[in-house]
Ligand binder design. Sequence first.
Ligand code: ATP
Ligand code: MG
Length: 561
Amino acid sequence: MTEGTDKKTSNFIRNIVDQDLSAGKTQQVHTRFPPEPNGYLHVGHAKSICLNFGLANDYRGICNLRFDDTNPSKEEQEYVDAIQADVKWLGFDWDDRLFFASDYFEQLYQYAEHLIVNGNAYVCHLDGEQMRSYRGTLTEPGKNSPYRDRTPDENLDLFRRMRAGEFEEGACVLRAKIDMSSPIIQMRDPAIYRIKKVHHHRTGDDWCIYPMYDFTHCISDALEGITHSICTLEFENHRPLYDWILDKLPVPCHPQQIEFARLNLTHTLMSKRKLLALVEEGHVAGWDDPRMPTIAGMRRRGYTPESLREFCERIGVAKADSTVDLPLLEFCVREDLNAHSPRVMAVLDPIKLVITNYPEDQVEELDAAYFQDNKAWGSRSVPFSRELWIERDDFREDNPKKWFRLAPGQEVRLKFAYYVTCQDFVKNEAGDVVEIHATYDPATRGGWSNDGRKVKGTLHWVSAAQALAAEVRLYDTLFLDPNPGSVKDVPLSEMINPDSLRVVQAWVEPSLAEVEAGHRVQFERTGYFCVDPDSKRGRPVFNRTVTLKDSWAKIEAKLNA
Ligand code: ATP
Ligand code: MG
């Protein structure tokens, strides 16, 4: 993926890049992906990664990975490592361009002094509450701080003492001196440095003042020679500040900030704060719980990097906010898995089927292709014997019209094996069917009859004596509400879908005894599954990645009919 050749759908950002290249404003496209290491990446970040790295690939430019690590109280090395693993897994590479905003702390400090010396920044002692009341509102201008007219010398001295640790947290901040009556609130003398006596995961205790995001981001972009600084729409109001800071400083270049609409997805929360709460409050098993919208969760669930990239390509890049339906993501995953997953047999809700005319001690090995449309994938052998497991819902004792699966008197095909005809069934005292009896036709070995006799139902099965016990985890959306981000004042515990995880004990074919974590298969007729790292030798655990068909679309179609 280091070199993109396929032409992608155009969008407004590509149009800007095309213009900049043809006007000679840009020689080589240089973008960056700037995560804050305060959580794991989610599918919204995947959109930003595909956009930034994708643009660089397509225009033969370069893209940096830069950690925006200016808030030491929330940042950790674990997140730094996880983020790098996720970007790589998605198929992108920053070569030797791994950067940290914290690497620029000294340079940023010097630039802050530069602002002070030129009368463009001052140390302010208003407390948080006063600061808010001086700031004004959207309809009223703000008021100048009483500390605004200090001389550069006075400010320089105070700022150096801030750095030296002479003041307590909250005692003062450094503010840009812009315009308290600007219609854009971000321009009303924003804080650019604050005191935080907190250990930083990279710079340790070197600093007790830390630069604010708006001050750091534009300068980091300029120091790295970024040409197009792409961010989400909520930063549109920050753009004048981005440009103001760069205009006031002797930076090597002035990158262009471009905003695009962030990804929102139905049934999905994407705020890192809320994702952290899900993990910390124990509503999920961790950041990589397969129900999480994190890249790590999706990987564990069995999503492929190709399907996520295809999803990001399909949703496109726009300037207006919108919400994408989760089934579109699942569609992309299903399409990719359909093309690449071997088919195997597993019974998730087992009931015993006894072939009464099959010899008691006989076991046959039957040849079973992994994918009937692609013989190149080869085959495995599956054991067949007198007692099998089949799915409970493949049998009905009442044999209704158009029922083509097992029922008294009805003949079906057992995939790769034989035609069998149901003769009888056994019930327990509670009246539940516990065993089904059938006879097989030895002339139909392989699942085909020579006399032209047709059956309409084909069932999957596993031989009871050789079957492997497996744990299967079936997932549904984590949230009941299609728009969980808009739900207010409801605790997370009440928003969670109680059926978001259902664990069943299944029987799977013995060929799956040795599969490695991450291996993806289709279980015939039930869905796509991926082997979970919780698996033990001879006792696999499978995550359902996605169902075979889009049951949601069918339900929607019915509702709309
Ligand atoms: P926060 O700032 O609340 O910690 P964030 O989601 O903005 O969360 P960052 O680590 O700052 O997290 O994001 C890194 C990059 O990913 C930013 O450029 C951001 O704009 C982009 N990004 C974040 N969420 C989305 C999203 N839902 N859709 C598209 N891009 C996103
Ligand atoms: Mg952010």
